[in-house]
Design a protein around this ligand. Sequence first.
Ligand SMILES: Cc1cc2nc3c(=O)[nH]c(=O)nc-3n(C[C@H](O)[C@H](O)[C@H](O)COP(=O)(O)OP(=O)(O)OC[C@H]3O[C@@H](n4cnc5c(N)ncnc54)[C@H](O)[C@@H]3O)c2cc1C
Length: 409
Amino acid sequence: MALPTDFLIVGGGIGGLVLAELVGRGGKRVVVLERSAGPPPWNRPEVLWPATIELLSSLVPESNWKEQAAVPLAGVKLWTGKHFAWAFSPELLERAGVHPWSTDPNQSRELLMRLGSFELHRGVEVKSVLKEGGRIVGVQAHDISAGQDRDWLAEITVGDDGANSLVRAASGIELAARVFPRDLVCFQCDWPASLQRNAGHLWPNLARPQSGILAVGLLPAPGPRGMGVIPTSPTLSHDQPRADREWQALIQTEPTLDALMSVRKFPDDFQRVRRPWGHASRYGAPGALLMGDAAHPVSPAGGQGANMSIADGRAIAELALAGERDLLAAYERNRRPANRRSLRFTRGAAFVFGLPEWLLPPSLLFWLVRQFGTRPWLLSRFIRAASTAFVARGSVAKYDRRKSSLTQA
Ligand SMILES: Cc1cc2nc3c(=O)[nH]c(=O)nc-3n(C[C@H](O)[C@H](O)[C@H](O)COP(=O)(O)OP(=O)(O)OC[C@H]3O[C@@H](n4cnc5c(N)ncnc54)[C@H](O)[C@@H]3O)c2cc1C
């Protein structure tokens, strides 16, 4: 018996929404169930790379992205202790041929949720999966405002439900997750008038190398707003007086940072994220597929997670619309090598940030960034690697030629 829905997507993450729109446009019946009733309350920034931008711009006009969710990034500036200098300059990005966007993830998801090729139910939390003869045939979900439970049946259930995926656990798929050794303390703010509007800014903690607060990073968002991340030692929060002292010492090193932060208490007035990372042993089970953080949670290193999730969504859509019979095997073949490449950024960062404080003063990181700066070819290679790691190798040429037959359909 044919089930009423072709694709039932659990979680309205960025990749799941892209998948929903692409297969919906291809004529499939698609339902998305998203737990939160409104926009997610995230404060974090998300850098998106050109292959992702090209796909997103084929779904929502580029002008809408720029008005509501994205700022084209000219480069990243570094506080040297005396002034800001380019760490990644506009010339360097030009030379690498990479033009990233800095985005507000809440607004990106809102823009995608407004697309019309799928049925979206917000405020609906999936509680368990339904199985028949060992195959997943849908989910049971709770409609939070109506206070009612309901079964949703589908040919394929897709878990885009984040790092602690219920679909993954219910499918019996293992993911040996490790915890990223730094907490990510996130914030939003109005964009300071004294900072260049379309550039990221980084304040390394040069004055107090072993304070447990590595740096403050800030990226632009439309508004003009800013969204930032502060990598912090997890043990710092155990000693609030010390955290206060170290925080004050850091922000007083630069007037803009001081003006921006002196009104906030650290870390209580921020959103603290502890990130697991790892790679699922399989990307699905009979009747179910995993994508995005549900299949491969990562840290922000290299700006990969959202880009990987969107690439997963695109791959599933292309394979499904091409009539692929063994969707899981083909999806796994297509995406696992690329996702493994992307995970290397997190693996490397976890190693470096996991070193004892005395081995990893921010001044060393600062020195490394400056050394990179004197070798533009090296930086340029790094940026190209980060901007294409998540793209399946067979698709790189296609992206480069700026073609997308699927999304033009
Ligand atoms: C500080 C920080 C900075 C980052 N910076 C970048 C960056 O610069 N570039 C980049 O590419 N990535 C970045 N990432 C990673 C990126 O944000 C994630 O990898 C990305 O959001 C994953 O998207 P997703 O589609 O897998 O799902 P998610 O965005 O994790 O969404 C999952 C959705 O599922 C919903 N959900 C969960 N459980 C249920 C349930 N039971 N029922 C219904 N709904 C459910 C949730 O409400 C959520 O909306 C960053 C992450 C952090 C923490």
